[in-house]
Design a protein around this ligand. Structure first.
Ligand SMILES: [Zn+2]
Length: 443
């Protein structure tokens, strides 16, 4: 089950005969981190270096190229590109302090503090054009005595990524002020915590491992060998800085929450489960545009309602198998919003709204909320229909497990119109009328 679902394992197997690119990340104090990339002799000489401007599932853009300094073997070109002089060694540094000053969304910026560095792969690592699919070996140098955690291998050992996407979607946390904990359980779950305020670490770890167990059970196994909850409790740098959003990755989640945000067990478990579920949907089963990912311009996606809505519904179904508790959550989180949402957001076609959400999901959060609410309620209606027509023998869970297996096998994005046939194979139930109705508007 593990191997069959492992996107990166498949990629690693097919690329095993390619020599890896060597990335070295160095932090030795101060405002910057430095990166060195070595391109193997077996590959063509590198011609163009590119820094990401788009974030997988970020539904927007951040111009990380603005914080790159001292890239001496390249000449700046239009966009986030540098024309390289052919040298196989590319070095640059990233001004992380400036990044955090200028990017106000916590989930989009790396952080440096006294005794701590929290680094998001896509904000510090760039790639050589044409080598995006090559395997990567990462080494990290930190100040003397600092512990280092990479979400590529939180238990330690060699740091390997199957491709640039996997490196960019990983995080590095380090420093004496970081705490690392491991939860017992079927799936090795790590907590990398940096907290500027008091927080009950044991409780957070317990809630995370409960949420992970339920979500993995729902999907019938985990597609990753380990998972890291990278959790930062930050005092705002300025009134403009925004916290409270979290971000999901292939094998990890980055969370920027306050002790107040996680005061209630139930809400916290749901928040964690929601982001965990994204490691399946859409990270390993996705509509057009999610993967392969386009790094220079945010992709325009027609299925954000699925990624966000079905992902959240899966978390709800995993945590609340009991129907009345689940209905209460659906009411509080989704139906209540749709009752008060502006009519044009309720009535707009869902694929069209998804195009808008591709860059303005959280900028105007009415867009994001409408997308995930309509998607989750579509999922709920499909779940109900499947249970009804099969006398409880099947549910949406079977359809989603089948879809994830389909994605692992086909290794491509599905198109919206393919969903009903895939769901029918797993359940025997035709969900197309429900899909069509919710795509057209809010019933
Ligand atoms: Zn989400």
């Amino acid at each position: 089950m593990f191997a069959a679902f492992c996107l990166s394992c498949v990629a690693a197997a097919t690329l095993a005969n390619r020599d890896p690119l060597q990335y070295r990340l160095t932090y030795s104090g101060g405002d910057r981190v430095s990166v060195e990339i070595r391109v193997p002799d077996s590959a063509p000489a590198p011609a163009t270096f590119i820094m990401p401007r788009a974030i997988p599932m970020g539904y927007g853009e951040q111009y990380y190229d603005r914080f790159v300094r001292d890239l001496q073997t390249g000449r700046r070109e239009e966009g986030p590109r540098w024309k390289l002089d052919g040298s196989r060694r590319i070095t640059y540094s990233v001004d992380v302090r400036a990044m955090e000053r200028e990017i106000h969304a916590a989930s989009d910026s790396s952080k440096l503090r006294d005794g701590y560095a929290g680094l998001l792969g896509y904000s510090i690592f760039g790639f050589v054009e044409g080598r995006e699919n090559d395997p990567i070996v990462l080494t990290i140098a930190a100040p003397e005595g600092w512990q280092v955690l990479s979400t590529l291998a939180p238990r330690g050992g060699p740091l390997r990524a199957a491709n640039f996407y996997e490196l960019a979607d990983s995080q590095v946390a380090m420093g004496p002020r970081m705490a690392v904990e491991k939860a017992p359980g079927k799936i090795p779950l790590y907590l990398a915590l940096y907290a500027e305020r008091e927080l009950d670490r044991a409780r957070l770890l317990r809630l995370a491992s409960e949420a992970m167990e339920r979500v993995a059970d729902y999907f019938g196994g985990a597609p990753f060998p380990h998972y890291t909850v990278h959790f930062e409790v930050l005092k705002p740098l300025s009134p403009e800085h925004r916290y409270g959003f979290s971000m999901e990755h292939l094998n990890s989640g980055t969370f920027y929450l306050s002790p107040e945000d996680i005061a209630e067990d139930g809400r916290t478990r749901y928040n964690l489960a929601h982001h965990f579920a994204h490691s399946w949907i859409p990270k390993r089963s996705y509509g057009t545009g999610y993967f392969p990912f386009r790094w220079e311009l945010a992709p325009v996606l027609d299925s954000i309602w699925f990624a966000e809505g079905f992902g959240q519904y899966a978390a709800a179904a995993a945590l609340f198998p009991d129907d009345s508790a689940r209905q209460q959550l659906l009411n509080n989180r989704f139906r209540n919003w749709l009752k008060q949402a502006p009519a044009f957001l309720r009535d707009m076609r869902l694929d069209e709204l998804s195009f808008i959400g591709s860059t303005r999901y959280s900028e105007d959060f009415r867009v994001g909320r409408t997308l995930f609410s309509r998607g989750a309620l579509m999922a709920a209606e499909m779940d109900e229909l499947i249970r009804e027509q099969t006398n409880g023998a099947r549910s949406l869970r079977d359809a989603l497990r089948h879809l994830i297996a389909w994605s692992a096998r086909e290794k491509r994005a599905w198109r919206i119109e393919e969903l009903p046939a895939i769901f029918r194979q797993a359940t025997g139930v035709d969900t197309k009328p429900v899909l069509d109705q919710w795509l057209a508007g809010t019933p």
